[in-house]
Design a protein around this ligand. Structure first.
Ligand code: ZN
Length: 175
Protein backbone atom coordinates (compact mmCIF):
# COMPACT_ATOMS: atom_id res chain seq x y z
CA UNK A 1 0.00 0.00 0.00
CA UNK A 2 1.54 3.28 -1.03
CA UNK A 3 0.65 6.55 0.65
CA UNK A 4 0.58 9.98 -0.91
CA UNK A 5 3.30 12.13 0.64
CA UNK A 6 3.22 15.86 1.13
CA UNK A 7 5.42 17.73 -1.33
CA UNK A 8 7.93 20.15 0.18
CA UNK A 9 7.49 23.66 -1.17
CA UNK A 10 10.18 26.20 -2.08
CA UNK A 11 11.50 27.76 1.11
CA UNK A 12 11.54 24.54 3.09
CA UNK A 13 15.16 23.83 4.06
CA UNK A 14 14.95 20.15 3.04
CA UNK A 15 15.12 21.31 -0.60
CA UNK A 16 18.48 22.97 0.09
CA UNK A 17 20.00 20.32 2.27
CA UNK A 18 22.80 17.85 1.54
CA UNK A 19 21.62 14.33 0.79
CA UNK A 20 22.95 11.01 2.00
CA UNK A 21 23.96 7.99 -0.07
CA UNK A 22 21.61 5.01 0.08
CA UNK A 23 23.40 2.15 1.81
CA UNK A 24 20.83 -0.62 1.62
CA UNK A 25 18.48 -0.56 -1.39
CA UNK A 26 16.50 -3.57 -0.17
CA UNK A 27 15.54 -1.85 3.11
CA UNK A 28 11.72 -2.20 3.27
CA UNK A 29 11.40 1.43 4.42
CA UNK A 30 13.31 2.55 1.31
CA UNK A 31 11.19 0.35 -0.98
CA UNK A 32 8.06 1.83 0.63
CA UNK A 33 9.46 5.34 0.07
CA UNK A 34 9.93 4.54 -3.65
CA UNK A 35 6.31 3.30 -3.90
CA UNK A 36 5.08 6.43 -2.12
CA UNK A 37 7.10 8.66 -4.44
CA UNK A 38 5.68 6.88 -7.52
CA UNK A 39 2.13 7.37 -6.23
CA UNK A 40 2.72 10.98 -5.15
CA UNK A 41 4.27 11.87 -8.51
CA UNK A 42 1.45 10.23 -10.50
CA UNK A 43 -1.20 12.01 -8.40
CA UNK A 44 0.49 15.37 -9.07
CA UNK A 45 0.91 14.66 -12.83
CA UNK A 46 4.68 14.94 -12.49
CA UNK A 47 7.32 13.47 -14.80
CA UNK A 48 9.84 13.11 -12.00
CA UNK A 49 10.23 13.49 -8.26
CA UNK A 50 13.21 13.49 -5.93
CA UNK A 51 13.33 12.20 -2.36
CA UNK A 52 14.03 15.65 -0.81
CA UNK A 53 10.69 16.78 -2.29
CA UNK A 54 8.97 14.36 0.08
CA UNK A 55 11.19 15.45 3.00
CA UNK A 56 13.69 12.57 2.69
CA UNK A 57 17.23 13.93 2.15
CA UNK A 58 18.66 10.88 0.36
CA UNK A 59 20.14 10.31 -3.10
CA UNK A 60 17.11 8.90 -4.84
CA UNK A 61 14.75 10.14 -7.53
CA UNK A 62 12.27 8.90 -10.08
CA UNK A 63 12.32 9.75 -13.78
CA UNK A 64 9.00 9.06 -15.45
CA UNK A 65 8.65 10.98 -18.66
CA UNK A 66 5.21 10.64 -20.24
CA UNK A 67 2.81 13.07 -21.91
CA UNK A 68 0.83 14.90 -19.20
CA UNK A 69 -1.29 18.07 -19.12
CA UNK A 70 1.80 19.84 -17.72
CA UNK A 71 4.18 18.36 -20.36
CA UNK A 72 2.07 17.43 -23.39
CA UNK A 73 5.15 16.80 -25.60
CA UNK A 74 6.99 14.44 -23.23
CA UNK A 75 8.05 10.98 -24.52
CA UNK A 76 6.69 7.92 -22.71
CA UNK A 77 8.91 5.64 -20.60
CA UNK A 78 8.55 3.23 -17.69
CA UNK A 79 8.80 5.17 -14.37
CA UNK A 80 12.32 4.42 -13.13
CA UNK A 81 13.66 4.77 -9.59
CA UNK A 82 17.33 5.81 -9.64
CA UNK A 83 19.39 5.28 -6.48
CA UNK A 84 22.75 6.99 -5.87
CA UNK A 85 22.69 8.44 -9.41
CA UNK A 86 25.82 9.93 -10.97
CA UNK A 87 26.43 12.03 -14.08
CA UNK A 88 29.45 10.46 -15.84
CA UNK A 89 29.67 12.98 -18.67
CA UNK A 90 27.53 15.62 -20.28
CA UNK A 91 27.50 17.20 -23.72
CA UNK A 92 28.77 20.75 -24.05
CA UNK A 93 25.83 21.33 -26.34
CA UNK A 94 22.92 22.67 -24.30
CA UNK A 95 19.35 23.60 -25.06
CA UNK A 96 16.92 25.85 -23.21
CA UNK A 97 13.59 24.30 -22.35
CA UNK A 98 10.65 25.10 -20.10
CA UNK A 99 10.67 23.48 -16.69
CA UNK A 100 8.36 23.52 -13.75
CA UNK A 101 8.52 21.77 -10.42
CA UNK A 102 6.07 20.25 -7.96
CA UNK A 103 7.92 22.18 -5.24
CA UNK A 104 7.61 25.49 -7.12
CA UNK A 105 3.93 25.63 -8.08
CA UNK A 106 2.59 28.14 -10.60
CA UNK A 107 5.95 29.05 -12.19
CA UNK A 108 7.77 27.95 -15.34
CA UNK A 109 11.31 28.87 -16.30
CA UNK A 110 13.56 28.46 -19.34
CA UNK A 111 16.46 26.29 -18.21
CA UNK A 112 19.60 25.44 -20.22
CA UNK A 113 20.50 21.72 -19.95
CA UNK A 114 22.98 19.42 -21.66
CA UNK A 115 21.35 17.69 -24.63
CA UNK A 116 23.01 14.34 -23.85
CA UNK A 117 24.35 12.86 -20.62
CA UNK A 118 25.90 9.58 -19.56
CA UNK A 119 24.61 8.40 -16.19
CA UNK A 120 25.01 5.56 -13.74
CA UNK A 121 22.59 4.57 -11.00
CA UNK A 122 21.32 1.60 -9.05
CA UNK A 123 17.85 0.29 -9.84
CA UNK A 124 15.48 -0.42 -6.96
CA UNK A 125 16.53 -4.09 -7.34
CA UNK A 126 20.15 -3.04 -6.83
CA UNK A 127 21.25 -3.55 -10.44
CA UNK A 128 23.93 -1.15 -11.72
CA UNK A 129 22.66 0.69 -14.80
CA UNK A 130 24.83 2.77 -17.10
CA UNK A 131 22.92 4.55 -19.84
CA UNK A 132 23.01 7.50 -22.19
CA UNK A 133 20.03 9.85 -22.01
CA UNK A 134 19.04 12.60 -24.41
CA UNK A 135 16.45 15.29 -24.94
CA UNK A 136 13.56 15.59 -22.51
CA UNK A 137 14.54 12.53 -20.46
CA UNK A 138 18.08 13.93 -20.03
CA UNK A 139 16.44 17.19 -18.94
CA UNK A 140 14.30 15.46 -16.31
CA UNK A 141 17.35 13.57 -15.00
CA UNK A 142 19.34 16.83 -14.67
CA UNK A 143 16.39 18.54 -12.94
CA UNK A 144 16.06 15.71 -10.42
CA UNK A 145 19.81 15.48 -9.97
CA UNK A 146 19.77 19.15 -8.98
CA UNK A 147 17.21 18.31 -6.27
CA UNK A 148 19.58 15.84 -4.60
CA UNK A 149 22.28 18.54 -4.82
CA UNK A 150 20.19 21.14 -2.97
CA UNK A 151 19.29 23.07 -6.11
CA UNK A 152 16.03 23.96 -7.85
CA UNK A 153 15.51 24.93 -11.51
CA UNK A 154 15.12 28.60 -10.60
CA UNK A 155 18.84 28.64 -9.73
CA UNK A 156 19.66 27.90 -13.40
CA UNK A 157 17.35 30.38 -15.12
CA UNK A 158 19.67 32.87 -16.83
CA UNK A 159 17.35 35.86 -16.70
CA UNK A 160 14.26 36.64 -14.59
CA UNK A 161 12.45 37.49 -17.82
CA UNK A 162 12.58 33.78 -18.60
CA UNK A 163 10.24 33.05 -15.68
CA UNK A 164 6.54 32.94 -16.47
CA UNK A 165 3.33 31.89 -14.77
CA UNK A 166 1.88 28.43 -15.30
CA UNK A 167 -1.18 30.03 -16.92
CA UNK A 168 0.93 31.85 -19.50
CA UNK A 169 2.90 28.64 -20.07
CA UNK A 170 -0.31 26.70 -20.78
CA UNK A 171 -1.22 29.43 -23.26
CA UNK A 172 2.19 28.98 -24.95
CA UNK A 173 2.02 25.19 -25.29
CA UNK A 174 -1.58 25.20 -26.51
CA UNK A 175 -0.87 27.91 -29.10
ZN1 ZN B 1 11.51 19.65 -9.25
Amino acid sequence: MSILRQIAQLGHPVLRQETGLIGNPSDPALQALIDDMLATMAEANGVGIAAPQVYEPVRLFIVASRPTPRYPGAPAMEPTAMLNPEILWQSDETEKGWEGCLSVPGIRGLVPRSLRIGVRYLSRREEVREVELSGFIARVFQHEYDHISGMVFLDRVANNRELISEREYMRLVSA
